[in-house]
Design a protein around this ligand. Structure first.
Ligand code: LLP
Length: 437
C-alpha cells in the first residue's frame, strides 16, 4: 500500500475495495476494458501539481524564473495545452514538436528551439511563427540563422549553448555537457568564445543569453552548482565585448524516482542549489538579474504516467528464469533495452497480494533484448492479469516506435473519476498511411 502512495505513483493513486489500482479516480480494470492494453494513463492532477511545484519552488527563490517544458519527454496537443495553461513555456527540438506547439495554441514567444542540427526549413518555420528564442548549437546554424533572419528583415533573439565540460554522472548516452559531445560550443576548445563573438557581431541576431544542459537524469545537485560557476566565470570576460546577459539557462535533467531504492532529490533542492549559485554569481560578477530559464522534461511528465499491460504467455525455465510476456515492450518503452533503465511494477488487479516469486517481464517484440523489468518480485501471475508500471510518462511514449508493425498504445488522461482519450490507439491503416504501393 505504501508503495502505491509513494512518489513513484501519481498523487491520486489508490487501491479500491476490489483490490484494484485506482488512478485519478478511475479503476484500472475499467480503463483496460474500455481502452485495451498496452495503455498509457496520465493523471492530470499530478501533471498540473508538478508544473505548479516547479514554478513555485523556483520563483519563490528567484522571482525572475521561466519554466520551460522540454517537450521531447512527451508531447501531444492535449498535453501541450495543459502545460501551457499552467504557465510553462515549451522547449522544442524539431519542426514536429514545433508544429504541435503551434497546433496547441502555445504562445510562440514562449517557445525555445533547441537541437544540434536544425534544418533550414525548421528555422524558417520557427521564424515565420515568431518563435521566442533559438538556442544556437553550431557555427553552421549561427550563419544560417543570421541569413534567414536577414532575408526576413528581422532580428532574432538567440541564446548560445555552451558545453562547460562537467560530468553529471548519468548514463553515457544521455550525458551532454562534457568535452566529447556533439552538443554545444565547448568552453575548453575556445569555440564557445568564438560563437559568442560571432553572435554579438551578427547583424540579424540578438544574443540575449547563454544556455547549457549537462545531461539527464541528474541525481546529484553539485554538478549544477559547479557548472553555473564555471559558465559564469567564463562569461565575465565578454561583458566588455557587449554581452548583455538577459537570460541564463542551466537546462533540465531533474531526476525522478523509477525504483524505490533510488529516490531523486526533491524539486526544492534543485531549485535551492541553482538559484543560490545564480544569485551568488550574478552579484559577485556584476551580471544584474538575468531571467533564469529551466527546462524540466522528465520531471514534469514522468510520475504522472502509468503504463498498463496485460499478461499473456508465461514461460518457466526451472532454476533459470520465469519469463512473463506483456502486450507491449520495447515498442512503447525502449528505455530498459537502450539504457538498462530500471522500473517497478505492481499487479494492478490484485493489489492486496504479496510478492511470491521472481520473474522477468518481457515484451512481445522479436528481440531477446526486449524486456521491461528483469528479476522483479511479484505475486504469482496469471494470463489476463494487469501489470502497472509507474514512472512511465517520460520518454517511453516519445521514443515509441512501430517496430514489428505493432500499433503504438492509446493514451488517456484521468481526472476525478473521468478518463478522456488524448491519443487513440494506432490502427494498421495508420501504419500504412505514408506507404506508397
Ligand atoms: N534541455 C535540453 C537542452 C535537453 O537536451 C534535455 C534533454 C532537456 C532539457 C530535458 O531533460 P530532462 O529534464 O527531461 O531530463 N531519452 C533519454 C533522455 C534524453 C534527454 C535529452 N535531452 C531517456 O529516456 O532517459
Amino acid at each position: 500500500m505504501t508503495f502505491v502512495n509513494s512518489e513513484l505513483f501519481p498523487i491520486t493513486s489508490d487501491v479500491n475495495e476490489n483490490g484494484r489500482l485506482v488512478l485519478g479516480g478511475c479503476d484500472v480494470g475499467d480503463l483496460v476494458s474500455q481502452y485495451g492494453t498496452a495503455l498509457l494513463v496520465f493523471d492530470e492532477n499530478t501533471l498540473r501539481g508538478i508544473c505548479r511545484e516547479f514554478v513555485h519552488e523556483f520563483t519563490s527563490r528567484y522571482t525572475n524564473t521561466k519554466v520551460v517544458y522540454a517537450s521531447k519527454a512527451y508531447i501531444n496537443p492535449a498535453l501541450a495545452k495543459i502545460v501551457h495553461e499552467e504557465g510553462l513555456g515549451l522547449d522544442v527540438v524539431s519542426g514536429g514538436e514545433l508544429a504541435v506547439a503551434y497546433a496547441a495554441g502555445v504562445d510562440s514567444s514562449f517557445v525555445y528551439f533547441h537541437g544540434n542540427n536544425k534544418a533550414h526549413r525548421e528555422l524558417e518555420m520557427a521564424l515565420d511563427g515568431s518563435i521566442g528564442r533559438v538556442v544556437i548549437d553550431s557555427f553552421h546554424e549561427l550563419a544560417m540563422l543570421d541569413r534567414i533572419a536577414g532575408d526576413r528583415r528581422m532580428v532574432q533573439e538567440v541564446m548560445i549553448r555552451v558545453s562547460p565540460g562537467i560530468d553529471p554522472h548519468t548514463h553515457v548516452k544521455t550525458t551532454t555537457g562534457i568535452l566529447d559531445s556533439k552538443f554545444g560550443f565547448s568552453i575548453e576548445t575556445g569555440h564557445a568564445a568564438s560563437a559568442i563573438r560571432r553572435a554579438i557581431a551578427a547583424p540579424n541576431l540578438d544574443l540575449i543569453g547563454i544556455h547549457f544542459h549537462l545531461g539527464s537524469p541528474i541525481f546529484e545537485l553539485e554538478p549544477y552548482d559547479t557548472a553555473i560557476n564555471t559558465v559564469m566565470d567564463f562569461l565575465v570576460a565578454f561583458k566588455e565585448e557587449g554581452l548583455n546577459l538577459r537570460e541564463f539557462s542551466p537546462g533540465g535533467g531533474f531526476a525522478i524516482g523509477y525504483v524505490r531504492d533510488e529516490p531523486p532529490p526533491p524539486i526544492a533542492s534543485y531549485a535551492r542549489v541553482i538559484t543560490d549559485a545564480l544569485k551568488r554569481c550574478t552579484s559577485n560578477l556584476g551580471f544584474g538579474e538575468p531571467t533564469l530559464v529551466i527546462e524540466p522534461g522528465r520531471a514534469i511528465v514522468g510520475r504522472a504516467g502509468v503504463a498498463l499491460y496485460t499478461v499473456g504467455a508465461i514461460k518457466d525455465i526451472p532454476t533459470i528464469r520465469k519469463y512473463v510476456s506483456l502486450d507491449g515492450g520495447m515498442g512503447d518503452n525502449i528505455r530498459p533495452a537502450l539504457y538498462d533503465s530500471r522500473y517497478e511494477a505492481v499487479l494492478a488487479n490484485r493489489m492486496g497480494e504479496v510478492p511470491e516469486e521472481t520473474v522477468t517481464l518481457v515484451g512481445k517484440y522479436c528481440e531477446s533484448g526486449d524486456y521491461l523489468i528483469k528479476d522483479i518480485e511479484l505475486p504469482v501471475l496469471e494470463t489476463g492479469d494487469i501489470i502497472a508500471i509507474p514512472s512511465s510518462g517520460a520518454y517511453a511514449p516519445s521514443m515509441a516506435s512501430n517496430y514489428n508493425l505493432n500499433p503504438r498504445p492509446a493514451v488517456v488522461m484521468v481526472k476525478d473519476g473521468n478518463a478522456r482519450l488524448i491519443r487513440r490507439r494506432e490502427t494498421f491503416e495508420d501504419m500504412m498511411l505514408s506507404d506508397v504501393l
